[in-house]
Design a protein around this ligand. Sequence first.
Ligand code: NAD
Ligand SMILES: O=C(O)C(=O)C[C@@H](O)[C@H](O)[C@H](O)COP(=O)(O)O
Ligand code: ZN
Length: 356
Amino acid sequence: MSELQVGLGNNSYTIVIENGLRHRLPEEIKKIYSGSKIAIVTDNNVGMYYGSQLESGLQAAGYETVLITLPAGEHTKDFMVLPRIYDQLLDFQLTRDELIIALGGGVIGDVTGFAASSYLRGVPFIQIPTSLLAQVDSSIGGKVGVDLARGKNLVGAFYQPKKVFIDPQMLDTLPDHYFRDGMGEVIKYGCIKNAAFFDFLKTMHTREELMLHIEDILYTCCDIKRRVVETDEKDTGERMLLNFGHTIGHALETYTDYSKYSHGEAITIGMVAITRLSEKKGITKPGTADEIEALAKQIGLPTEFQVGEWDSFLAIMTLDKKNLGDHLKVILLKEIGESIIQNESISFFDDLERIV
Ligand SMILES: NC(=O)c1ccc[n+]([C@@H]2O[C@H](COP(=O)([O-])OP(=O)(O)OC[C@H]3O[C@@H](n4cnc5c(N)ncnc54)[C@H](O)[C@@H]3O)[C@@H](O)[C@H]2O)c1
Ligand SMILES: O=C(O)C(=O)C[C@@H](O)[C@H](O)[C@H](O)COP(=O)(O)O
Ligand SMILES: [Zn+2]
């Protein structure tokens, strides 16, 4: 069992990582919440495995509950899903001092967090992340929101959870595709902050091997993220480093209507592509893009992509929230483990079409 404290003043909270934690959640929640109602939001896959177990445990602990089950997949992270959540919260008569739980992957965490931030102008929520991606990244840091057809995560808020409960054993039911996908964000942490961690990942060849070290992997990633978030909660500087690979990755997700690439795949392609560009410009140590690509391939992640309409692809990138005024902010590596934020114009991406 390990714990990390995310120090954000009044919005501070603890991340608990513990095998089998799901069995003890009702007693853990009892320690921090003395109200009577809890709304659990999940998706149909996660709900099937863990929904009724959590709900009946909470009921046995004396809570009145409702289970709100949404369709699995990125299209659920949509503005139009919010009224459906609000309606069920209203039917349940959940009040401002009561609790919402996000039980699921990043999609459920992001949309539930946004619903929690806006319903009655804000009710407390807890993250119980169930995908690898959510356990290493999306459940921490309070970025909540939804996608628009024109761009990824374009509407949202910073709204911190009250607690993050991570049970690594919940990954046992996660499909291989999404295990690999989550590894995209895991690789990102090595790239931006920790070369030794990147080297360690190079020694891992299978999911089974990774699972033998999963608690350490989760801890390392969560620790990097919480440090960055503590330094810059609202994403005005240091936090942008967590967006390495995301300028191209998010554009790719948007361009393909959130249907072709899952998030971890898209940002992996983005990390390799932007590093190739910055190597060509002499910013990044030669060979770095090949190193990231080799590790991605070892994990089974894609590293190449095709775009038909380059103009519309580039136009999507200009909607990136990191962009300020007429400047694009891009996240680049000096080398593995050392990342920088750089002001560029869209011409930075002129060679992209030729290098993919
Ligand atoms: N808020 C943030 O800081 C942040 C960070 C990174 C990514 N994200 C967002 O997270 C989303 C991607 O998250 P994701 O990859 O978790 O996607 P997801 O929530 O769609 O989950 C992936 C799939 O795995 C299933 N699943 C999840 N946990 C499972 C389990 N334990 N057993 C069986 N099936 C399980 C889900 O039903 C879904 O089909 C994207 O929208 C991305 O933009 C947000
Ligand atoms: O927490 C952050 O900050 C991140 O950038 C983490 C990213 O992995 C994540 O995909 C996040 O949702 C991106 O946020 P956005 O601000 O680029 O939409
Ligand atoms: Zn991401």
